[in-house]
Design a protein around this ligand. Structure first.
Ligand SMILES: [Zn+2]
Length: 323
């Protein structure tokens, strides 16, 4: 019998109420619906528990976002505006609360991880990794991963946090938050910025000042496949992890690198997300007493998003330390 580990899935119905205007917008409530429906069909489904997050409190939002931006976000949503900063960032009346719950999912997840839980997956939207301290960008409003890292440090005294981002796009907001910070290592695999949104994430961007060396960007050419990623995991990611020795790991889990997802030119298979799960389970065990927080980022082709998340969670759950 394969040993199957429990995973806490944090999600909230209100995440579906964040309406991006329908029509052509790719960041739709259907993404979350498809993902959650798939989880119901998995062989590991009995090991999944579903919990609701709290809303992120103001004092945690301001560990990254500036007050004026937060006011602008709240005011835009509640006053009936249809977008913030750029037409990509569509919002509605419910979006502010959905963003607070998405950000809060990471915090709720960390509370669980500092207790009995080992594996937490936040199935939330809006996503976060493009959000800057004072700017909404790329469908993102609050930077869920950045806020989670700050919470882990300030609430629980965990110092060395690794954020591993396997979304197809560079998480510019995460990088800018921690560029000068040697205690949060940002590691991203993404399509090369010459070809891809948001245009940052060159290999030369390695952090600045005291944070120099605590940012690792691994840009991949269009049509990069599983083998290129697996090589990078062994040759680049593993040594960086061993050198940094994180106390805790946060995964920015985006599934838009799949070959069927036209939001990127990457050509990952569904199985690659299972490989990410296997590696991360090993690293969590090696460095973090098995604790791992994953937060949903992109993934716009509904079938590959659902299948990728299923493969990732199945691999995390089936990982065993016993031979
Ligand atoms: Zn993306």
């Amino acid at each position: 019998m394969p040993f199957s580990r429990p995973i806490a899935i944090i999600t909230h119905p209100h995440c579906l109420a964040h309406d991006t205007g329908g029509g052509e917008h790719p960041e739709t409530p259907d993404r979350l619906t498809a993902l959650l429906a798939r989880l119901e069909t998995l062989p590991i489904k009995d090991r999944l528990s579903f919990l609701e997050p709290r809303k992120a409190e103001r004092c945690w939002l301001t560990t990254f976002h500036d007050e004026h931006y937060l006011f602008r976000l709240e005011e835009s949503a509640l006053s009936g505006k249809t977008y913030l900063d750029h037409r990509d960032n569509q919002l509605c009346f419910e979006s502010y609360e959905a963003a607070l719950l998405s950000a809060g999912a990471g915090l709720t997840g960390i509370d669980l991880l500092e207790g009995e839980e080992n594996l937490v997956f936040c199935a939330v939207r809006p996503p976060g990794h493009h959000a800057e301290s004072n700017l909404a960008l790329g469908f993102c409003f609050l930077n869920n991963c950045v806020l989670a890292a700050r919470y882990w440090q300030q609430q629980y005294g965990r110092r060395r946090i690794l954020i591993l981002d396997f979304d197809a796009h560079h998480g510019n907001g995460i990088q800018s938050a921690f560029e000068e910070d040697p205690e949060v290592f940002y590691l991203s695999l993404h399509e090369h910025p010459t070809f891809s949104f948001p245009g940052s994430g060159y290999a030369e961007e390695m952090g600045t000042g005291p944070g120099r060396g605590a940012t690792l960007n691994i840009p991949l050419p269009p049509r990069a496949d599983d083998q290129m990623v697996l090589n990078a995991l062994v040759k680049r990611v593993e040594p960086a992890l061993a050198a940094f020795a994180p106390e805790r790991i946060i995964v920015a889990a985006g599934f838009d690198g799949h070959r069927d997802d036209d939001m990127s030119g990457l050509a990952y298979s569904t199985e690659l997300y299972g490989k990410f799960g296997e590696y991360l389970a090993v690293w969590a065990e090696q460095f973090c007493q098995g604790k791992l927080l994953s937060i949903l980022e992109g993934g716009y082709h509904l079938e590959s998003l659902a299948a990728g998340a299923a493969a990732y969670l199945t691999a995390l759950s089936n990982y065993s330390t016993e031979e």
